[in-house]
Design a protein around this ligand. Sequence first.
Ligand code: FAD
Length: 467
Amino acid sequence: MSRAICWFKNDLRVDDNPALTAAAQAGTLIAVYCADGRFAGDSEYGMPKLGPHRRAFIAQALVALRERLGALGVQLVLACGEPDAVIPRLAQDNQMDSVWTASETAPEEIEQTRRVRRALSRLDVTLHETRPNTLHDRADLPFDLVDMPRVFTRFRRRIERSINPAHPIDAPRDRVGLEAADLSCIEAFEPAGWAAAETRFVGGENVARAHLWRYLWQTRAVMHYKDTRNRLMGDGVSSKLSPWLATGCLSVRRVADELARFESEVAANESTYWLSLELRWREFFHWVLARHGARLFARSGLLDRHDRPVAADPAVIEAWKTGHTGMPFVDANMRELAATGYMSNRGRQNVASYFARDLGQDWRWGAAWFEAQLIDYDVASNWGNWANIAGVGTDKRDQGFNVLAQALQYDHDAEYVSQWLPELEVLRRAQRHTPWLAEADTLKAIGYPQLATIPPCWGELAGATSA
Ligand code: FAD
């Protein structure tokens, strides 16, 4: 009878979890999750790796996973410490002979896996890697990874022409497990006790599946996705699947499968297609990272551009992080992020563009702040999108935004900025996107900062709002 460990990371579910399915073939199974240095440490940009919202969302997901595994008779060990110390210890003390885990794409995680593999090999325990949370297996891609198209449209066309998303696998049904694992050398942690920040969404597999069901089948909100996805406010305007996809509470293959079922049983329209297209953006960045590795995190990026800003001015960055730049559209989005750990896609594009282009800061500091804050933080999607907007990513075209034009287009009645910047209430609605045109005394009285510089391309637009 073989004895296996399933090492959970960003795959906090039992459904369509190949590492769990493989490990469950063993007669005896222990599941483990490690709260490693990232939980307390800072990134090289001096920002936390995991801010309070992300931690709280992961904690909720772990509590839910413990329950789901418990129903299968599997104990989830929640251990403090680095995986290369915890997992070999657990394997040794419980005479396990294999470890199963999802494969990684990002350099830090690949290095962590390598360390675990090395430590296990000294004990004669094998580490097996299974596919990550992607629509396609690497072997099924219609190109070698080295020849992967750089531009999304070409990637999408090649994929759409030749392969469909692979089917998800169901959760193990039979009870497997170990009566009592020897945990004497493990320092355990209790996620429910982690500082609970308020999260806009609740982590966990059951909540994720219920959300997917509601979005597709109950409300059928997907039917108007294409028309509403750029809105800044409102629950059904976009799918809001990202927090559960990023933590692996939800399998992307399950989403694609349910979407295809919806299209065949209810209706297929431009909107349902558009949602599958957005899932392909997620897939694209995954394979971009797999292809290019550490270059995605360099200031000069994949395009090797050395003309990008190098500035990292602490005062400028702090004003941007806390939503006090003097540009209301940016400030409102940044305050939403700080308060909830979420921001719309339209918001992300604009605050990133403002940071890297109008404020002229090194884009990686902005990406690192998103990494700390976003409850849907996904290494490939975050750094890939940031690199694109900074002009160093996969696309040679200029990806900068006229942030004032965007504000007037997507928040034309200033409803969004009014929600997050209550101090602007004293201004007429028409002025709330351009408070720098108000009297200096007014701004001082309401405690809203004066904009440092007005980008030249805003000139005429700003005039129109003061009329
Ligand atoms: P929907 O519009 O409903 O899209 C459905 C799903 O498709 C999303 O859940 C997501 O998995 C995927 N998707 C949609 N747009 C993108 C995109 N541009 N790139 C990659 N995947 C996409 N997304 C993350 O999941 N994690 C991140 O860390 C992240 N960081 C970002 C940083 C910047 C600067 C920008 C511009 C975008 C970032 N995105 C990130 C992409 C996008 O903003 C979010 O996926 C989206 O806003 C999540 O909301 P939703 O689930 O309602 O999306």
